[in-house]
Design a protein around this ligand. Structure first.
Ligand SMILES: Cc1cc2nc3c(=O)[nH]c(=O)nc-3n(C[C@H](O)[C@H](O)[C@H](O)COP(=O)(O)OP(=O)(O)OC[C@H]3O[C@@H](n4cnc5c(N)ncnc54)[C@H](O)[C@@H]3O)c2cc1C
Length: 405
């Protein structure tokens, strides 16, 4: 019998476990993960960037959690000896017509309380000598880390707090049992007072198992990366981003120096035909049918056909991918790029075709469901974990009783 059971051992599930243990030190906490390793899906295949929070709408959870989260992530890494670097990044306009959007982004950065600086093309060259641009912004607080390592530390700390962690345990059914709930898995049944759904690409399905209608469907978008060959890594010192499309800030391939010193280029964003489809050929009939019978998908496709087609072209044509990167660094050639890992984003999509932009946390009966946790959820994970725990109705039976003699 547990007080809390968390479904999903990605960075959001594990940070929630950590925050719960701090809030309720005597609680019996369980984390269930279907894979044989922590952080196997989104968290383990992301860009490894500690985002600053410049892009997000002022006042949104994303903006607040990211600004605070970038600080708490760096502090966490310092405290626990996890390799990381606050190397900063540049966002550059490569054409005059992008300058007004760059200016807006700069203002947004200031509004979000981020340390940003407008810099000339010459100043960009001092930071990134191979970039060609007409103007730039320097963002100081951006950093890099390996989020898998962060998750391993979260898991270790949960165990130290007395929490129970189960890998290879897939939640198949959630049944009520009086005031409690029983999670039926491939590895036995677990009874709990409260369920926290952090199942990423499957969060809408777990919500339904818990009799909650999430009002948005998870649509998987694969992000594919290339890597610079080791002899060309000198082309990139830190992180180089284009000016984003305000409607799709996650579009626009960029260069990222990773914490292991490799340099990744990407990711793009293409519809994945399987929720955990890391290869172009991956296909699952059930997952695919769910997307194409969802009205929201067709509304999104109709509205943004051009962007979608460009992304598909970039996915199948290395030449097109290279051309996008050459806008930032003209010297990059196709032979300097080798395909590397891909990640699949769990993007919640509403029935009206709009993408859910902010984090979406839906309460249920004795349960909470994280129905949208897109980027920068890894950066913001410590803040998200704390926010989830704050939304759980007070569990008075778990409060520490202080007795006086
Ligand atoms: C390509 C890409 C690049 C990104 N880059 C960045 C970045 O640089 N910085 C940043 O801050 N964010 C980035 N993000 C976003 C970030 O990685 C995600 O927002 C974050 O990892 C989400 O974490 P999660 O725990 O919600 O999901 P996940 O990491 O996907 O974890 C969910 C877990 O639930 C498990 N699960 C699902 N169903 C069940 C079940 N039935 N039973 C048991 N377990 C189950 C899954 O196996 C999985 O391990 C990126 C994302 C992608 C895809």
């Amino acid at each position: 019998m547990f007080d809390f059971a968390i479904v999903g051992g990605g960075i959001v599930g594990l940070s929630t476990g950590l925050a719960l243990g701090k809030r309720y030190p005597h609680a019996r906490i369980l984390v269930l993960e279907k894979e044989s390793q922590w952080a196997f899906h989104q968290t383990g295949n992301n860009s490894g960037v500690i985002h600053s929070g410049i892009y997000y709408k002022p006042g949104s959870f994303k903006a607040k959690f990211c600004r605070d989260g970038s600080r708490s992530m760096v502090e966490f890494c310092q405290e626990h000896g996890i390799d990381h670097e606050v190397c900063g990044k540049v966002i550059v306009a490569t054409e005059e017509q992008e300058l007004p959007r760059l200016e807006n982004l700069y203002k947004r950065g200031l509004e979000n309380g981020i340390k940003v600086q407008k810099i000339s093309p010459e100043a960009v060259k001092e930071i990134e000598p191979h970039v060609k641009c007409v103007g730039g912004i320097r963002v100081f607080s951006t950093g890099i880390v390996n989020y898998k390592q962060v998750c391993l530390k979260y898991a270790e700390l949960i165990q130290q707090q007395g929490g129970e962690l189960r890998l290879n345990t897939k939640v198949l059914k959630i049944s009520p049992s009086g005031q409690n709930q029983v999670l039926e898995t491939n590895n036995g049944s677990f009874e709990t007072r409260f369920v926290i759904n952090c199942a990423g690409l499957h969060s809408d399905r777990i919500a339904k198992l818990g009799r909650v209608e999430p009002q948005a469907k998870i649509v998987p978008f694969r992000g594919e990366y290339y890597e610079l060959t080791p002899e060309k890594r000198y082309l990139v010192k830190t992180l180089i981003y284009p000016v984003p499309n305000p409607d799709f800030p996650f579009l626009g391939v960029h260069f990222t120096r990773m914490i292991d010193n490799s340099v990744h280029a990407g990711p793009n964003a293409v519809l994945s035909l399987k929720r955990e489809g890391y290869k172009k050929t991956d296909f699952n009939l059930g997952d695919f049918a769910e997307v194409i019978t969802y009205p929201g998908f067709w509304k999104l496709a109709a509205k943004h056909a051009d962007e979608g087609i460009q992304e598909i072209i970039r996915s199948f044509s290395k030449a097109a991918f290279t051309r996008s990167l050459q806008k930032l660094i003209p010297e990059v050639q196709a032979q300097d790029l080798v395909p590397t890992h891909a990640g699949v984003r769990a993007q919640a999509l509403m029935n009206d075709g709009s993408l859910v932009d902010d984090f979406l946390i839906v309460p249920g009966h004795n349960s909470i469901h994280v129905c949208n946790a897109p980027s920068p959820a890894a950066t913001s994970s410590l803040e998200i974990g704390t926010a989830i725990v704050a939304q759980i109705p007070q569990q008075s039976h778990l409060e520490t009783v202080v007795t006086t003699m």
